[in-house]
Design a protein around this ligand. Sequence first.
Ligand code: FES
Ligand SMILES: [Fe+2]
Length: 443
Amino acid sequence: MIPSNQDIAALVRGDSVHKSVYTDPVLFQLEMERIYGQAWIYVGHDSQVKNVGDYHTTRLGDQDVIMVRGANKQVNVLYNRCPHKGAKLVADGDGNVGKFFRCPYHAWTFRLDGEHLSAPLKSGFEGTCYDPRHPDFQMVSVARVESYRGFVFASQAAHGPDLKTFLGGVISSIDNLCDRSPVGEVEVAGGVFRVMQRSNWKVFYENLHDTMHARVTHESSFEAARSEASAIGEMPFELLIMDGNGEPYDFWEKLELRAYHNGHGYMEGIFDPAAATRDPVSRAHFQALSEAHGEDRAREILGMNRHNTVIYGSGSPHTVFQQFRVIRPVSVDRTLVEIQTFRLKGAPDEVFDRALTYANVINSPSSNVMPDDVEVYARCQEGNLTRGGDWISMHRYAGSDTELPDGAVSTNGTSELPMRNQFAAWKHFMTATLIAKESTHAA
Ligand code: FES
Ligand SMILES: [Fe+2]
């Protein structure tokens, strides 16, 4: 039975949340309709479909979609369904379909914007209602598609705020990721990693700004990095990025967390940008940016020091090391994460090499760090299936957050504000028919 809006609202309190939001398949299905059916969701980057006919498949919630470069060079986002018998027109992944889609089942064809082109043996339709111009015979486009600096988002709702309004202040993270390129452009490069997590999708979003877990969950990896550094007498980048999780609690408390409307937010960077400019890779990067924009602007761009950003429902860009972890719910207890790495066009090759190293060491399936997280997410999923209690605490620093003039909220780095903010947005999406800009922050 579908729960009422009142029942759903009762699952989220200002300082705690009912565990069924992670375990109930009915709520999961409602999330697919009410969150993923309304919000702007990141589809992919337009560099993944450079040429006419290039496509990239992904999912908007439970909906298989194709991002494809059309004949007019525009990027289209279409449901991956042939209107004949419903077959998926392209296999999951990336490729090029040429000038049109051709269904693998009975060879109906479609233009790259989804318009029906032809069906074999037309004579068989004579005297029937078959009409190639009728919507029943077209591929269907997702209701709205917008791109911001090459990042393509789609919304399945015909109405609602535009992409920029939806993203609000968190758009600054996309800007900074692009601005780090001397020509202001980025591209997905070096392939992508995919990891299937045995946990609900929301757990990962909450963890992205959960600083209290770092020195506990990652103890084995940061201790290993420290012991290796002491054995070799230096702390190279590969070890430095593992070592960061071992900072003491007072370090994390001083970091800023910022929460925006619609569940978005970011966490301040954990690696000192001033120290970073002393290494040769950062110096070369600074040099290239200075040549393009002058030293002051280069300093400003590289000085924007952010660790994980959350674009709720889409995933997590990491601006400093050029990643985007795309988070895709698969079922109530399965989440597929695709890790994209970006090349900053016009930046020295070493900067891209460093981004790949970060992806390998921190985010890849064979990372020394991410399996720590994936293990605790699965434990949360399994623990919440027991009868050992019903509520999940998000009390830390509840009620002490500072509202900023632009409507964002800032707080101590160990606060559970991000989780409260995400669940306020969750509650709003799940109980409102359209996304409103107001009232998505926790009370
Ligand atoms: S299912 Fe596509 S042509 Fe028949
Ligand atoms: Fe972690």
